[in-house]
Design a protein around this ligand. Structure first.
Ligand SMILES: NC(=O)c1ccc[n+]([C@@H]2O[C@H](COP(=O)([O-])OP(=O)(O)OC[C@H]3O[C@@H](n4cnc5c(N)ncnc54)[C@H](OP(=O)(O)O)[C@@H]3O)[C@@H](O)[C@H]2O)c1
Length: 212
């Protein structure tokens, strides 16, 4: 599969490396092209281009920049993202001096829904946003399999995320439509939860019922 990556930092760079090892064709985009923190020490990553080029290249796109850059990056890639599955790994938070990370979207809106508002023709799917890359690195390909929660309204995006999660050694768990993405993002009950696949159904049910 051709995968374009927008924002190859710690998370995007790790996934770029693992998908390349799994046999996918991966191109990573940064700003400016060529400066790529996530590529350092990862010889598998060779092609670095602009975010727009990465979006054009991918049959599937991973969107994993800082939230502060998200709107700008959607503006320059929306045309290329139209009709494609786009895995959104972001958490909608920004750093505020003295106050740490703060949510940057209204309480009643998830980051995924915000992105879908900016680029309504992309097939957004929430994935890879609940645990740190260090956890993914420790758990990938090992039993018990780590559950990866995905939320989307699009059939092709669900299929693409399912395959790409399995290809790097995790267990995809469908956690409902796009409006459920808030369960997985910062402030939601699934955020930072390291869940074995055997516990995923119960954990998800608890999260849906949680008064949060
Ligand atoms: N770390 C975690 O625990 C974790 C877990 C799940 C999800 N997430 C979410 O995943 C996203 C990435 O996290 P991370 O830990 O990988 O962060 P990171 O290492 O700081 O990487 C962020 C990436 O965003 C890119 N970026 C920033 N401004 C850009 C712009 N204008 N154009 C293109 N690229 C730009 C940076 O590119 P340059 O290298 O070119 O500056 C960098 O590659 C965040 O939204 C985060 O909330 C993080």
């Amino acid at each position: 599969m051709r995968i374009g990556i927008i924002g190859a930092g710690e998370l995007g760079g790790s996934l770029a490396e693992w998908w390349t090892q799994a046999g996918h064709d991966v191109v990573v985009g940064s700003a400016p092209a060529g400066h790529l923190a996530g590529a350092e020490g990862r010889p598998a990553i060779t092609a670095t281009v602009t975010a727009a080029d990465a979006a054009t290249f991918g049959e599937v796109v991973l969107f994993a920049p800082d939230w502060a850059a998200a709107h700008t990056l959607v503006d320059v890639t929306a045309g290329a993202l139209a009709g494609k599955p786009v895995l959104d790994a972001t958490n909608p938070v920004v750093w505020r001096d003295g106050a740490g990370y703060r949510r940057a979207v209204p309480d009643d809106l998830s980051g995924l829904e915000t992105l879908a508002g900016w680029a309504p023709d992309a097939h957004w799917v929430k994935a890879f946003n609940t645990v740190a890359p260090s956890v993914l690195r420790r758990r990938r390909g090992r039993d018990p399999l780590l559950a990866e929660f995905i939320c989307t309204d699009h059939r092709d995006a669900r299929a693409a995320a399912t395959r790409l999660i399995q290809d790097v050694g995790f267990a995809p768990f469908f956690a409902g439509g796009g409006s459920n993405a808030c369960l997985t993002e910062t402030g939601g009950p699934l955020q930072l939860r390291e869940v074995d696949v055997a516990d995923a159904t119960a954990t998800f049910a608890q999260a849906v019922g949680a008064n949060w």
